[in-house]
Design a protein around this ligand. Structure first.
Ligand code: SAM
Length: 225
């Protein structure tokens, strides 16, 4: 019988944010495919998990997929984790999951943290409808285009953003979507966790005078009805 591919969510900062099922699964699988063996190694050390690590990151996906598929077909269970949060969400994983599905391998989600859910759940903008836009394009023109394409969406828009891009991102939001409510959710679950809420114009002024460091998820209100 083939093994199963477990897609395991891991903490986005606070190492306590891991489920009992995730720990048990990581202990029981033959192999854990991870982005960075050193980073995942810290998590494994904390929970005394001794399973073998194999690196699985974007440029290597093509080479790793046949190796992992061979293990699964031999009957070994494999876990997929990323550096933080839920694998395959703005992280490597989709191609392996797609291949496993194609080959009739059982794919089992082990749900847990994801920055988008954490930011949305505590951000204070409407949650009944939302659109996860991932990382916006880095170049100004492409950014404006992609934001313009979202202008009619009435659900909350969710972006992953490097802190240094905040000022130019907010300027593009004002230009393409108007002066909407924005929530900056940074360093979630970590010591310096912070939510900064306000109109895009007000936050743009703050962003000019203050350097935002660390990990950041940004919510932008959808189009008013
Ligand atoms: N797969 C992950 C997930 O499920 O959230 C996301 C991986 S993506 C490569 C990393 C981005 O997620 C960061 O650049 C940031 O935008 C967001 N992020 C990750 N951890 C975060 C945190 N602790 N606080 C706020 N945003 C975070």
């Amino acid at each position: 019988m083939p093994g199963a591919l477990y897609v395991v969510a891991t903490p986005i900062g606070n190492l306590d944010d891991i489920t009992l099922r995730a720990i048990r699964t990581l202990k029981e699988v033959a192999v854990i495919a991870c982005e960075d063996t050193r980073r995942t190694g810290l998590l494994l050390a904390r929970y005394e998990i001794k399973s073998r690590l194999i690196s699985y990151y974007e440029p290597r996906e093509g080479r790793r997929i046949p190796q992992l598929m061979a293990l699964l077909k031999e009957g070994r269970d494999v876990a997929l984790v990323s550096d933080a949060g839920t694998p395959a969400i703005s992280d490597p994983g989709f191609k392996l999951v797609r291949e496993a599905v194609r080959e009739g391998i059982r794919v089992v989600p082990i749900p847990g943290p994801s920055a988008l859910a954490a930011a949305l759940s505590a951000g204070g903008l409407p949650t009944h409808r939302f659109l996860f836009a991932g990382f916006p394009p880095p170049k100004a023109e492409a950014l404006r285009k992609s934001l313009s394409a979202l202008a009619e969406q009435d659900g909350t828009l969710i972006f992953y953003l490097p802190g240094r891009k905040l000022a130019s991102f907010l300027a593009a939001v004002m230009e393409t979507l108007g002066d909407r409510d924005v929530v900056i959710a940074r360093e979630l679950t970590k010591i310096h966790e912070e939510f900064v809420r306000g109109k895009a114009s007000a936050l743009a002024i703050v962003a000019e005078s203050r350097e935002y460091k660390g990990e950041m998820t940004v919510l932008v209100a959808g189009k008013a009805k």
